[in-house]
Design a protein around this ligand. Structure first.
Ligand SMILES: Cc1cc2nc3c(=O)[nH]c(=O)nc-3n(C[C@H](O)[C@H](O)[C@H](O)COP(=O)(O)O)c2cc1C
Length: 216
């Protein structure tokens, strides 16, 4: 594995910013997009349950429909790929079973040996649903995938704009999510910055390290 240097890592982190104006003429090529899609898939989640769906919107007509529901932010229509992170409303017993079955196959172990793990997950998800925090739990997971996508894109020299500035209920309706047991949580526009996006030159505003980080 080729490791990048700490300096290089920070260079990419400094290079990344929340793009306000994408270059609508530039599209991400298939091989770069495939890697970003795999990065989404490889994102970690609680128990590994992946309680999400990533909707990748490249269809221009659909982007145009979503724009008014996105505070009219032009990034939605000008980016190459508009990603909508959807969280499952809950994790069912059947979904846990699907997950452990897949784990048994992939890792070549007996399903029976995973029964303890399975029961813990089923118990956890049932408790979350009964106590009313299942959706909050799945929603949190999607932000991990969002961060992973943004960092992965930056490492490839691809731009992003994370986006909470949209009306989730409208996204849900336009994309037909509730019927699929899903809700739109957060989005991310991915593509290439326009050369005249003045925000690219804006200095990063971050509190000093000693206010944010404590070494104990
Ligand atoms: C969860 C989340 C939601 C955001 N929503 C929007 C948004 O709707 N529109 C936008 O232009 N920027 C949005 N941002 C970008 C932030 O304003 C930006 O990340 C922050 O000001 C720090 O600047 P930087 O990312 O350029 O370093 C969002 C960022 C995050 C993490």
């Amino acid at each position: 594995m080729n490791l990048i240097t700490p300096q290089n890592l920070l260079k990419h982190q400094e290079w990344r910013y929340a793009v306000k104006k994408f270059d609508a003429s530039r599209k991400i090529d298939d091989s770069a997009w495939d890697a970003l899609e795999q990065s989404l898939i490889l994102s970690p989640s609680s128990f590994g349950l992946q309680p999400w769906k990533f909707l990748i919107i490249t269809n221009q007509a659909m982007k145009e429909r979503l724009k008014p529901a996105s505070w009219n932010q032009s990034q939605v229509t000008d980016c190459s790929h508009h990603v909508v992170f959807c969280a499952k409303k809950n994790v069912s017993e059947a979904e846990v079973d699907q997950f452990v079955t897949s784990m048994a196959e992939v890792r070549g172990v007996e399903l029976q040996s995973l029964k303890g793990y399975r029961d813990v997950m089923v118990g956890f998800a049932a408790k979350a649903e009964k106590e009313g925090w299942a959706q909050q739990w799945t929603t949190r997971q999607t932000y991990i995938a969002l961060g992973n996508l943004m960092t992965s894109a930056a490492m490839l020299g691809i731009d992003t704009c994370p986006m909470e500035g949209f009306e989730p209920e409208k996204y849900d309706e336009i994309l037909g999510l509730p019927a699929r047991g899903l809700n739109a949580v957060v989005a991310c526009c991915v593509g290439y910055r326009s050369p005249d996006d003045k925000y690219a030159k804006a200095k990063k505003v971050r509190f000093p390290a000693h206010e944010l980080v404590e070494r104990i």
